[in-house]
Design a protein around this ligand. Structure first.
Ligand SMILES: NC(=O)c1ccc[n+]([C@@H]2O[C@H](COP(=O)([O-])OP(=O)(O)OC[C@H]3O[C@@H](n4cnc5c(N)ncnc54)[C@H](OP(=O)(O)O)[C@@H]3O)[C@@H](O)[C@H]2O)c1
Length: 276
């Protein structure tokens, strides 16, 4: 029998992948949930399942978060529903793939909004009341990509570096306030992420299958680290080791070493020019 808790958790990108797995863990522990993503039907099905299985309160908000006004609209809808958010999980995100000079500007604008701007603005809106209450938690989905530049996913890797940097700085500012901030930094996870990034990224994902984790494994470790109030969660001991190695690796060497993993077969190489 689930022990119903009074606290509420807002999770963006809760309709699939890591967001869905994290939502299930919070649901099992009896938290009230606010589930956000674009696919309303999917969210309603998940919400109904949680209500039946765990007897918890679940509120669904279908919204495209890759818009400048999204954070304000979401905050207003949560306030109108009179729900106090104790834990904010900024999970929704996607990665565009390709050579930076060729990739689509509008898609990358949406990526910057979804991965960086909306999580920053949501944190800005929800944090003050958490601080006033002396308790709360912001969880930001970063990535191991935050620890290195990513040729052919340049914008995505840069957005995750932003998320990690912002999270760690805010976590430090909030020490002693009773409010925690955790950045989650998974390696490659078997979710809809690769498909959403396009065919070539899915191909790259296939190439990296040997380091791929399952979303439930990653979510369970992240959930334990969130509960322990950790500043950064890197699921998987080999990934923690890799991050330590990345900190020591010379940048030029690291960049060159990444190309065979990141460059898809359809990406043309530049011919060496005389001026190079
Ligand atoms: N999979 C990996 O290898 C990996 C590794 C490290 C970090 N991450 C990070 O983990 C997070 C979750 O990704 P995932 O792997 O679970 O991928 P996923 O299965 O594709 O899930 C992405 C979630 O974000 C939602 N979403 C996408 N665009 C949205 C938008 N414009 N507005 C609102 N919601 C939107 C999707 O729902 P709708 O389509 O219904 O909107 C879905 O619920 C992302 O931040 C990603 O960068 C993933």
């Amino acid at each position: 029998m689930t022990q119903i808790r009074s606290e509420s958790v807002l999770i963006t990108g809760a309709s699939s992948g890591l967001g869905r797995e994290l939502a299930t863990l919070f649901a099992r522990d009896g938290y009230g949930l606010v589930l956000v993503a674009r696919n309303e039907q999917r969210l309603q099905e998940i919400a109904q399942d949680y209500r039946q299985q765990y007897g918890i309160r679940v509120h669904v908000i279908a919204m495209d978060l890759a818009r400048p006004e999204a954070a304000g609209e979401l905050y207003d809808q949560v306030s109108e529903a009179a729900i106090e958010i104790d834990i904010l999980v900024n999970n929704a995100g996607f990665g565009s793939y390709g050579r930076f000079c060729d990739t689509d500007l509008d898609e990358e604008r949406r990526e910057l909004l979804l991965n960086m701007i909306t999580p920053t603005l949501l944190s800005k809106r929800f944090l003050p009341s958490m601080v006033a209450r002396g308790k709360g938690h912001v969880v930001n989905m970063a990535s191991m990509a935050a620890y290195m530049p990513g040729p052919y996913m340049a914008v995505y890797f840069a957005t995750k570096a932003f998320v990690l940097s912002l999270s760690e700085a805010i976590a430090q500012e909030l020490r002693g306030s009773g409010v925690h901030v955790t950045a989650i930094c998974p390696n490659v996870v078997a979710t809809g992420f690769q498909e959403a990034a396009g065919n070539e990224a899915a191909y790259i994902g296939g190439r990296l299958r040997w380091v791929m984790s399952s979303p439930d494994q990653v979510a369970r470790k992240a959930y334990r680290d969130i509960s322990a109030g950790k500043r950064v969660s890197i699921p998987g001991w080999s990934n923690r080791l890799a991050v330590s190695a990345l900190r020591l690796a010379p940048k030029g060497l690291m960049l060159r070493a990444m190309v065979p993993f990141m460059k898809g077969p359809d990406i043309p190489s530049f011919q060496n020019r005389k001026t190079d």
